[in-house]
Design a protein around this ligand. Structure first.
Ligand code: NAI
Length: 215
């Protein structure tokens, strides 16, 4: 696996494999063929074989894939084999909802700090984490190892906050503010922009097409 470049398209599909394999494990399934996985995931078996062969061919002819092995390998590739400490900036509706979602922690994404500028929120506890004011951020970042900063604050505040975080050593930003931060930050800063509305627009497009076809 080492030294081999995995294409971005494959990396993009890995979380989905990971999710399905996790479900198989929960159901006690020990091994699965590419054909069975193909039926479940609605992806062609050849696509599955091609994707999974990127990591040294975990499948064996006539045996299929060892679910636990594949699950663990994909977890390692995705960096899910360790704990990522995460902070959330903007403790409003979305920030608090993310902090309240326990499944992230189960995947190793541990929320260790919540920050806001609204004094009314200071000290409010969300799942045991007390909301701090953003002026405490530099000290917090010095005292704690933070791997990921999540931005759930207004769009116009996001670029400035991102720069501040980068200056304090943060290397990865999970950005929900509606602005594409990777265009303004140094190249070595890793940004994942999340726009739920884009997903909704794709749904809307598909719905419109469906309606046209079924008129
Ligand atoms: P909200 O108004 O409930 O929360 C925003 C919070 O940010 C407030 O508590 C506010 O005091 C705080 N804030 C303002 N300036 C700040 C600063 N400089 N530093 C730290 N905190 C600051 O809004 P909501 O609904 O939680 O949305 C948050 C952001 O996420 C908005 O930008 C919204 O457009 C975006 N959003 C993005 C989605 C996506 O799919 N990407 C989906 C939903 C919301």
């Amino acid at each position: 696996m080492e030294g081999k470049e995995i294409s971005r398209a494959v990396i993009k599909r890995l979380p989905r494999y990971y999710r399905y394999l996790g479900e198989l494990l929960e159901d006690g399934v020990e091994r699965i063929s590419s054909n069975e996985l193909s039926e479940k995931m609605q992806v062609t078996a050849s696509q599955i074989r091609q994707d999974l062969n990127n990591f040294g061919g975990f499948g064996q002819q006539g045996y299929g894939y060892n679910v636990q092995f594949l699950y663990t390998e994909i977890a390692t590739i995705l960096g899910l084999d360790r704990v990522h400490n995460m902070i959330i900036i903007g403790a409003g509706n979305l920030g608090q909802a993310l902090a309240n979602y326990v499944q992230f922690e189960k995947r190793g994404f541990k929320v260790i700090g919540l920050f806001d500028v609204n004094p009314v929120l200071q000290g409010v506890s969300v799942r045991g984490i007390s909301i701090k004011m953003v002026d405490e951020l530099p000290t917090f970042l010095k005292d704690n190892e933070v791997h990921i900063a999540t931005l759930t604050l207004p769009k116009n505040k996001a670029p400035e906050m991102a720069e501040k975080l980068v200056q304090c050593g943060v290397k990865a930003i999970w950005n929900f503010a509606h602005t594409d931060l990777n265009l303004s930050l140094p190249e070595d800063v890793i940004v994942e922009n999340v726009h739920l509305s884009e997903s909704l627009m794709r749904l809307s497009y598909n719905l419109s097409n469906y309606e046209k076809e079924h008129k």
